[in-house]
Every structure is written in structure tokens, then in C-alpha cells.
Write a protein that binds this ligand. Structure first.
Ligand code: BDP
Length: 618
């Protein structure tokens, strides 16, 4: 692997993660399309000056995972360095502006070269970053953009895993997580043009007062010229304005954003110089409050019972690459079935997913890629992984670097997603090993950091793994609400033992109820692998009938505990994983198939979720 290090930025200006828009002062152009691509198994490309152009490339669409296009196994499973290349034109009239190339995500790490000069490197495969190119592009001419990426896994990155070498000398990633290690330029690439003095970031938070609302805002700019802010309603009428980089917009008779009843205002932010507009940015925002109180989730002060899914960004052929058609279909399926919430398991999704959730009135529990933090033979179900040693995950020599990467991911996720109405909670980890001594210090650090970063102080949680119990887990105390991943009736006491599973499940829940205090509890995972081809009467595990019976038992249990305030089934759709004896060409716990068609269980959910009032158990 060639060196991937966080390059010292030439300018110490904070990177802007604002979603690109065109406005009176801003331009962006898409660089998506058919790029060129080459594997670099020897990590020889930097020394051989591939930054100046790839010597022997194939075509490759962007955005997409590279893996599933190939028809040979070595290419699909390729682990190591790989390169992308394209050319782009920069108009002469952009001279004097700031130019950045925004990558929605490159998995898992990238170094970016423009016209042979390295402009940025970035660690982390699920969040955007900017490559500053103002000083390296040819104006009124063509430019070469080359990206060196790498998909190796290690124990101090998010998500965690290892990289081994096969007997044929090929590197192979071994994820400690249960989704395929898809890699590539996964999200849109845009050339973003802003004025020299520009809006870098803004933050909103809300207070409700009877029928009125107060929108408290702050704006960060790269200069010192005055800032003006306006708010427009959905019909385009101006409803509030304010001057200054921090202030309050007062909205009379505010139309609140709600579940399945979205209402979006448009915030317009300007840097002004007398009559002149120096920079202008705008975005849609929804006015709402969200809090945890007395074992309830309160949206705009009213109780809401969460129902929906843990999801993945995963589909045929394109892998984890953004595909707006799949995003659209997913939302239509989720509306049809009566869901109101999903967790972005196990990583932050593409910007466009949150925009859609804002528009459709869905609640999101936003998760950083802190998954695979578990040292055990379960890493992850495949026989060749994990060394069986029981070492606390947060007491390893890799922990300090892991913490740095974890905080970076939290910072980037919260910076990017904080203004979305749909984002109501942060999930700080998924199924960490959290029973050993080092847990508390690590958890305190990341949970406090999320709180510090979020002006809205959204509730924080993490998904608690099976066998991590109230009396053994050292992590749950940091959560504002409890999130359990539980598989009673599947991994534990499945099939004919279903009655024992129910007894065991209730016993465990009694324990959580005793310690929960004001915290509500939700299920961030429960589910059973189900092959859409299999029917069996009476049921057996893997049949559609069994999935229905499993769900019936789980829901009976949920309904008998008042403090259970949400059910996010695992998973929305079948998804690809590493191959192995525990997985039948992927994880089949989907309520929908990978092609987004319903299994029988989808009708069980539709009947249930449509019959439960929004404020069920409120
Ligand atoms: C949990 C993980 C999830 C897996 C799921 C399963 O959080 O990523 O896909 O279980 O086993 O351990 O299906």
C-alpha cells in the first residue's frame, strides 16, 4: 500500500461540507461518467508517475463500486491500491474563484492528484471531502484528475477488519463486519466553484413557542463581510429575515416538519458588501424538535413510536455506488409498508438519501462506520477470521489511532448532516465489544464529542450486541436511549425452540427495564434469514413461513413492554456479504429481496405498522 497520510492543508481554512448548489455566486459541474481505472497490486503507481496518467486502464463508471462489474473472481475480490482517472475542462471565467473538487465518498481512502500535483488525501470511505484545486488547474483548458484509492482493512479504521495474503500472493480483506467490502468512487464527484470570500458552513436549531418557532442560526464564512439570512416558506413567500453571522429567525404560525408530513422552508444565506451579494447559499430545512423524555421519543413534543429498518447502501451490479433510482424505490417501499424511520447502518449514507428523507418525512438514526469493533471468533462468522483471543477492543495498541479516526468520522458526519430535519439521533457504534475495562474511557470520549459537535444535542445511542447485558455491558450508561440488536429465535434458540427463545428474550428485557431509567428502548436489529424461494408448512428456518412466525413472536414481546418505543427490523433488503457457510450469497434477512420485491414478511409489517398509531404506547 502506498502511503496514505493526512496532508497538511496549504490553507488552514475549514473544509466546507455544504452540499453544492448553483446560485448567483456559485457554480458546480458534475464530473460523473465513464472514467478510466487500473489495479495497482504492487503499489508501484506513485513511483511510476501514474498521477500523470494511467498506463493500461479499463473503463469504469463513477459513481459505483468496481467489484461487481468484473466476471473474474480476482478482480471482484481485489484488495489493495487502485486508480481512477478522468479529464475535465475549466472555463476561463472561473479564474479568481475558489475551485474544489468534492468527492461524495471514496472507499476507504484516497489521494487525489490534479495535473500531476497531489492536492488532498482522505481517510474514511463514507463521507465527503474536498480537493482544493484553485492553484493547480489550467484555466480555459483541459485538466487531468487522478485518484489513488485503497480498500485494505485494518483494526484502527472504521469499519474494522484485517488484510491477509493468500497462498497465491494476493491480498484479501477480511471484514469484521457483515457486509461486502465494496470499494470505489461511490458517490458523485463535483467541481465546485465559490467566490474567494464564501459561506463555509451554517448551523440551525429550533425552539417552539405555541404556534410560533424560533430558528437560531450561526453562519461561518471565510471572510469578515456582513451576513444576511432569509427564510422562505414552501410557496416562496419570505417569512423571516435577520442580519449577522449569528441570530434568530422568528417564524409566526410555523408549519412544522413531521413524520410523513414534511414541510420544508428555504433558508437563504448571503455575504453582502453594501448592495453587492458576495456569496449566496440556500438549502431546504424543516422546523422540528426531537427529544427523549420519560421513556418516550417526542417529535415536536408529541410521542412517536419508531418503526422501520436497518438498511444498507447495496444493490445489484453497482454495489454501494449511489443510484438515485434505487433510493427512490427504497422510499416508495418504505412508504407502502408504513415505516417511519431507518438507521443508516453501518455508515453515513449519500447526501441525497437525507434530502429524500427530509422531503418524505422519515426519521433517521445516523450511524458512523464504527462497526467490527469486536475481537472474537465471530469476526465475522467466517472461519478464517479472528484469532479467538478475548482481548478488550478498547485496550489494544490500535485504540489511540482508532479513536482519532472515530472522532474524525463523527466530526465529518455531524458537520455534514446536522441541518437535516430527518436526522433525529446519532448512532455512535454498532455492536462493539463493550464489557472490558477500556470501554468506559473510550465511550465517554466519543459520546461527549458527539454532544459537543451537535448544537441540537440530538440523543445518542449505540447498537448493543447479543450477550452484552445490563450487568455486563459498560457502555449502555452513555446512551440517551437503548438500542438492542437481538436474534432470539434465530441465532439463539431458533426453529422448534421458539418458545424457549421467547422466555429467554423476556427475561433479558426484564433486566433492561429495571435499569433503563428515563431511557426508551428500541430494537435496532431483529430478523431471520429467509430465502424467497422457500415455503414450508409447518415452517422450518429459512422459509418464508418461519420469518413470519419469528416476527410474530418478537412483536408479541415488544407489545408487552411499555418502554419499548421502536422496532427497526434487520434488514430492509437482502444484501451482499463476504461468502461463507453462514451466508447464502449474502445476508437474506431482508423484508424485501435485493431487487426490492416483497417477501411474505412485508405484508406482515404492512398490516402491523399501518394499524399502530403514530404515538403507539404514547
Ligand atoms: C449484527 C450486525 C449486522 C449483521 C446482523 C446479522 O450488526 O451487521 O448483518 O447482525 O447477523 O451482528 O444478520
Amino acid at each position: 500500500m502506498q502511503k496514505f497520510h493526512a496532508k497538511a492543508r496549504k490553507k488552514m481554512m475549514k473544509t466546507s461540507l455544504l452540499y453544492p448548489v448553483n446560485s448567483t455566486s456559485r457554480r458546480f459541474s458534475s464530473l460523473d461518467g465513464m472514467w478510466r481505472f487500473q489495479f495497482d497490486p504492487e503499489s508501484a503507481g506513485v513511483a511510476a508517475n501514474w498521477a500523470g496518467g494511467l498506463p493500461d486502464s479499463v473503463t469504469m463508471p463513477v459513481p459505483a463500486s468496481f467489484c461487481d462489474f468484473f466476471t473474474d473472481k480476482d478482480s471482484r475480490e481485489y484488495t489493495g491500491d487502485f486508480w481512477y482517472e478522468t479529464d475535465f475542462f475549466v472555463p476561463g471565467e472561473w479564474q479568481g474563484c475558489e475551485l474544489n473538487i468534492r468527492f461524495g465518498s471514496v472507499t476507504h481512502r484516497a489521494r487525489v492528484f490534479v495535473n500531476g500535483t497531489e492536492v488532498v488525501s482522505h481517510e474514511g470511505g463514507f463521507l465527503p471531502f474536498l480537493a482544493p484545486v484553485t492553484d493547480v488547474v489550467n484555466y480555459n483548458g483541459m485538466n487531468k484528475l487522478v485518484v489513488l484509492a485503497n480498500n485494505e482493512l485494518n483494526e484502527y479504521m472504521l469499519p474494522a477488519g484485517t488484510t491477509g495474503v493468500l497462498s497465491n500472493g494476493k491480498k484479501m480483506s477480511a471484514p469484521y463486519f457483515d457486509f461486502y467490502n465494496y470499494a470505489g468512487i461511490h458517490r458523485p464527484v463535483k467541481l465546485v466553484v465559490t467566490p474567494k470570500e464564501s459561506i463555509v458552513d451554517y448551523t440551525v436549531s429550533y425552539r417552539l413557542d405555541g404556534a410560533d418557532a424560533f430558528v437560531d442560526y450561526t453562519v461561518e464564512t471565510s471572510g469578515s463581510s456582513p451576513v444576511a439570512v432569509e427564510l422562505y416558506d414552501a410557496e416562496g413567500a419570505k417569512v423571516a429575515e435577520s442580519a449577522g453571522a449569528a441570530g434568530t429567525l422568528t417564524v409566526k404560525d410555523a408549519h412544522l416538519w413531521n413524520v410523513h408530513a414534511s414541510y420544508l422552508y428555504k433558508i437563504v444565506i448571503r455575504i453582502v458588501d453594501g448592495d453587492k451579494v458576495v456569496d449566496e447559499y440556500y438549502e431546504k430545512i424543516g422546523i422540528r424538535t426531537f427529544e427523549v423524555k420519560n421513556q418516550r421519543f417526542l417529535l415536536n413534543g408529541k410521542s412517536v413510536y419508531l418503526r422501520g429498518f436497518g438498511k444498507h447502501e447495496d444493490a445489484d451490479i453497482r454495489g454501494r455506488g449511489l443510484d438515485l433510482a434505487t433510493v427512490k424505490r427504497d422510499f416508495e417501499c418504505m412508504k407502502w409498508i408504513g415505516a417511519n424511520c431507518f438507521r443508516t447502518s453501518h455508515y453515513p449514507y449519500a447526501d441525497e438519501v437525507y434530502q429524500m428523507a427530509d422531503e418524505e418525512g422519515f426519521l433517521i438514526i445516523d450511524e458512523v462506520p464504527a462497526v467490527g469493533f469486536m475481537e472474537s471468533t465471530m469476526n465475522f462468522l467466517a472461519a478464517n477470521q479472528g484469532n479467538g483471543k478475548k482481548v478488550g477492543w478498547f485496550e489494544k495498541e490500535t485504540t489511540p489511532q482508532l479513536l482519532v479516526n472515530h472522532k474524525q468520522a463523527l466530526r465529518e458526519m455531524i458537520t455534514r448532516d446536522k441541518n437535516h430535519a430527518c436526522v433525529v439521533a446519532w448512532s455512535i457504534l454498532n455492536e462493539p465489544q463493550c464489557t472490558s475495562e477500556g470501554t468506559e474511557a473510550y465511550f465517554k470520549e466519543v459520546f461527549d464529542y458527539a454532544h459537543e459537535l451537535d448544537v441540537q444535542k440530538r440523543p445518542r445511542t449505540y447498537a448493543i450486541v447479543m450477550m452484552s447485558l445490563p450487568n455486563t455491558s459498560k457502555g449502555w450508561q452513555f446512551s440517551d436511549f437503548l438500542s438492542l440488536n437481538r436474534y432470539y429465535g434465530w441465532y439463539v434458540m431458533g426453529g422448534y425452540q421458539m418458545c424457549d427463545a421467547e422466555v429467554g428474550f423476556r427475561k433479558e428485557l426484564d433486566g433492561w427495564q429495571a435499569i433503563a431509567g428515563d431511557r426508551p428502548l428500541i430494537f435496532t436489529e431483529y430478523g431471520a434469514d429467509t430465502l424467497p424461494s422457500e415455503h414450508k408448512l409447518p415452517s422450518v428456518m429459512w422459509s418464508q413461513e418461519y420469518q413470519d412466525e419469528y416476527l410474530e413472536m418478537n412483536h408479541r414481546v415488544f407489545d408487552s413492554y411499555d418502554f419499548i418505543q421502536g422496532e427497526l427490523v434487520w434488514n430492509f433488503a437482502d444484501f451482499q456479504t463476504t461468502e461463507g457457510i453462514m451466508r447464502a450469497n449474502g445476508n437474506k434477512k431482508g423484508v424485501f429481496t435485493r431487487q426490492r420485491q416483497p417477501k411474505d414478511a412485508a405484508f406482515v409489517f404492512k398490516a402491523r405498522w399501518e394499524s399502530l398509531p403514530l404515538d403507539y404506547k404514547g
